[in-house]
Ligand binder design. Structure first.
Ligand SMILES: Cc1cc2nc3c(=O)[nH]c(=O)nc-3n(C[C@H](O)[C@H](O)[C@H](O)COP(=O)(O)OP(=O)(O)OC[C@H]3O[C@@H](n4cnc5c(N)ncnc54)[C@H](O)[C@@H]3O)c2cc1C
Length: 458
């Protein structure tokens, strides 16, 4: 592909994400300075780590909780994502088995829980619960869209939760044939949520040791170059970076997702496309997209970028390949031809943690004190909140509604060793791209996409 992308004069590639531009990339705070005793040590200060610390301190103010973060709070996906506070579960309901209906309800409830905490704690993160529209732009996508709505019903997702709509009634996407609408989604500015949570957690008395990479996690121990934290519980909240920890290289595949953001668009643009509020927008392509209208009237538009680096390496600062910027811009202007007069202000990328069966897990082993949550596969903005409350109950040894949810304690097999992992993921992406092309003229999902799903367990 070679598309001329109009870059704004202040275009930035990487530097963590656009979301930090208005507030500045935070200067990391103090490092751990010597050995330390704690009740709970949490490794990773993204949403998972921050929510867990928040709920633990609110439940037991006397608990000594510490956060250990390799860079700064909100450096990972939590400071880079598309800002969909979504009610969708990672993976398929079937795989969670019995209890998936309850888990789904908890996901919906968690959106309102995040909203309530933001209000209570004075976290301003441009949050608006405006719902989500998913569009189908080919007949094959229409059949998938209808199937997705129909197959949701047995899981307690009723007409009021998700329904088929005429997409133009919500917003006008070029070529959209049919859409689905759900009220269960809110727009956020991701870095503002991460930074807001970090402030609240610090105010509750939780130190966040930044620039402090954990090199080893063992029962009751988190080892860093600057000292070892000894704790009753050690919680791993490292998501897409987990593969860098010893013994965990094949646990969750670090998959890339990339975004671009336009310069602010004029009122005439929003009138023309009928995008009046903070509705989120997605589609049914295999090489899917996700978008939001930002609080300052830009389109933030994301999708699958360069998928995966050999050996589960992680490209940390978010620099995005030129090809990906071209592909995202090309799709954005295909969706909204009127946006062609705009330009791209920023491009960035981040990593998601993808388990072999694409379903999330949360776990605490009482005998070792080790715990974790993650494998959100791009659905973590809401799920991390549920994870934080569940980890609280598990750490405190309380049996609650949350600790009996079906994602608690799930065991998932590891990914294949290299080069199979690399070959599998790259084949999946290649097949999805070809399948999307073919589906422009096909009534049903391409067999290539079904084959891709089969080899990667998607
Ligand atoms: C571009 C992009 C778009 C996305 N869009 C959406 C969306 O719209 N909606 C949605 O629901 N989800 C989305 N996601 C996924 C979502 O952002 C994540 O699921 C969620 O933020 C995960 O939070 P986390 O705290 O578990 O992980 P992270 O935010 O990645 O945090 C992990 C933290 O651990 C730290 N860390 C890692 N290893 C170590 C170590 N050894 N020692 C110390 N610290 C360590 C990292 O620096 C990082 O700060 C998106 C992700 C990306 C990348």
């Amino acid at each position: 592909m070679s598309v001329r992308v109009p870059l704004s004069s202040e275009f930035v590639n990487g530097d963590v994400s656009f979301w930090y531009r208005s507030m500045g990339v935070p200067a990391p705070g103090p490092r751990l300075d010597g050995d330390l005793d704690a009740d709970v040590a949490i490794v990773g200060a993204g949403y998972t780590g921050l929510w867990t610390a928040y709920y633990l301190k609110r439940a037991r103010p006397s608990l000594r909780v510490v956060l250990l973060e390799q860079e700064f709070a909100g450096f990972g996906a939590s400071g880079r994502n598309g800002g969909w506070l979504t009610g969708d579960l990672a993976g398929s309901h079937e795989r969670y088995g019995e209890g998936a209906r309850r888990l789904q309800r908890e996901m919906y409830t968690s959106i309102d829980e995040v909203i309530a905490v933001c209000e209570k704690e004075g976290i301003d993160c441009d949050l608006v619960k405006g719902g989500v529209l998913n569009v189908a732009r080919t007949p094959a996508q229409v059949s998938r869209l209808r199937e997705s709505v129909e197959s949701a019903r047995p899981w307690g997702i009723g007409e009021e939760d998700l329904r088929l709509v005429n997409p133009g009634d919500h917003l006008r996407v070029a070529g959209a044939i049919e859409g689905s609408w759900s009220p269960h989604c809110a727009r956020i500015q991701p870095a503002k949520l991460a930074q807001g949570l970090a402030r609240v957690v610090r105010d509750l008395g939780v130190p966040i040791y930044e620039r402090t990479p954990v090199t080893e996690i063992a029962p009751h121990r988190a080892v860093t170059p600057y000292g070892t934290v000894t704790a009753g519980h050690v919680i791993r909240a490292t998501e897409g970076f987990t593969s860098r920890l010893r013994g965990l290289r094949r646990q969750w595949l670090p998959m890339n997702s990339s975004m671009i953001v336009t310069e602010p668009l004029p009122e005439s643009f929003w009138d023309e496309v009928g995008w009046r509020g903070a509705e989120l927008l997605g589609d049914m392509a295999h090489y899917y997209m996700y978008a939001q209208r930002t609080a300052d009237d830009r389109i933030a538009f994301g999708g699958r970028g360069r998928p995966y680096l050999y050996g589960s390496r992680v490209d940390a600062r978010g620099h995005t390949h030129e090809w990906t910027v071209e592909a995202l811009w090309s799709l954005l202007t295909e969706f909204f031809p009127a946006a062609r007069s705009s330009s791209v202000a920023h491009a960035w990328s981040g990593v998601l943690g993808v388990p072999r069966d694409w379903c999330s897990t949360v776990h605490v082993d009482p005998s070792t004190g080790l715990g974790w949550a993650g494998g959100y596969t791009g659905h973590g903005v809401t799920t991390t909140n549920l994870a934080g409350r569940t980890l609280r109950d598990l750490v405190l040894g309380e049996e609650t509604e949350l600790t009996s949810l079906p994602w608690v304690g799930r065991r998932v097999r590891a990914w294949e060793p290299e080069p199979l992992r690399w070959i599998g993921v790259h084949a999946m992406y290649r097949l999805y791209r070809v399948a999307d092309e073919r589906e422009r003229t096909m009534p049903r999902t391409s067999v290539l996409a079904r084959f891709a799903d089969l080899i990667t367990g998607h």
